[in-house]
Write a protein that binds this ligand. Structure first.
Ligand code: BJW
Length: 233
């Protein structure tokens, strides 16, 4: 690890699985139980806002009991070590909308698919931390209009957040690590190829080989709470 200067880490649902938050595409996962096209698209929200808000309200309630696990803490410790060594280029990009990386103390963190504990007004773009249930009749605290509140998450067909910063870092990183993601959803699934094009060493830590595992040069398979603390040592 000491020979690398610029690291980009990408995390997915697998890093939070052992904190009790479900993944998406495994047996029993969210998108195995529910149709994402009816819950996680702007069209679904326009057609049936009550159902979509109810789905995210339930996930918000579920998140209040979740605690960061050993993998989240290991990544936060890695960031602190990296900065102490004077290697300033550390970026943790998460596809997760939970707050478990923050709970563990990660600071250089980018939520490319948004944050479940934030609500956004689609009428005035006001963004705020919120643990209350979203509802159609609830007015926005800034513009006072009702009907516009939605979770601050990135649905299919919407542009992920922070892409300019992510691609800048991918273009100069010498180490790219993906943890607990199936590599099914773009553009995140393309980050490994981008990093490799620029000469980075690429590492995958996940439960078992998946769709894009062949693109990585180094692999560690197993539960994140075991592989991540072992790998950062
Ligand atoms: C463990 C573990 C343990 C388990 N330890 N590991 C055709 C081709 C290319 C692209 C497209 C296409 N058709 C449509 C698109 C675009 C679309 C897309 O990619 N669709 C695919 C399904 C094909 N993408 C988009 O629409 C994105 N926007 C976009 O593309 O904008 C235009 C653009 C153009 C050009 C450049 C840039 C942009 C937006 C995607 C938004 C995704 N939103 C969601 C929902 C967020 C809100 C919510 O949570 O409800 O994000 S979907 C869902 O998938 C969520 C996740 O962040 C995302 C990724 O899932 P993840 O994290 O990989 O989870 P899983 O379940 O898939 O995998 C878990 C892994 O963990 C597994 O491998 C397990 O083995 C492992 N694991 N336990 C370690 N204990």
């Amino acid at each position: 690890m000491a020979r690398y200067e610029n690291i980009v880490i990408l995390t997915g649902a697998g890093v939070s699985a052992e904190s009790g938050l479900g993944t998406f595409r495994e047996e029993g996962g969210l998108w195995a139980k529910f149709d994402p096209m009816k819950l996680a698209t702007p069209e679904a929200f326009a057609a049936d806002p009550e159902t979509v808000l109810g789905f995210y309200n339930a996930r918000r309630a579920n998140l209040s009991d979740a605690k960061a696990n050993a993998a989240h803490f290991a990544l936060s410790a890695l960031e602190q070590d990296w900065m102490m060594d004077g290697r300033s280029d550390f970026l943790l990009v998460t596809q997760n909308i939970d707050d478990l990386h923050e709970q563990a103390g990660s600071a250089s963190l980018l939520h490319m698919h948004g944050e479940l504990l934030k609500t956004r007004c689609s009428q005035c773009d006001h963004l705020f931390f919120d643990r209350e249930d979203m509802a159609i009749e609830r007015p926005c605290p800034a513009c006072t209009k009702a009907g516009g509140l939605r979770p601050h998450v990135v649905w299919f067909g919407e542009m992920p957040l922070g892409l300019d910063q992510i691609y800048q870092r991918l273009d100069r990183c010498d180490l790219f690590v993906a943890i607990g993601t199936s590599g099914t959803v773009y553009p995140a699934a393309g980050f490994v190829s981008e990093a490799r094009r620029n000469g980075a060493h690429t590492v995958e830590l996940t439960l078992e080989p998946g769709e894009i595992s062949g693109l990585f040069e180094e692999h560690h398979y197993g539960p994140a709470t075991e592989t991540v603390p072992y790998w950062v040592r």
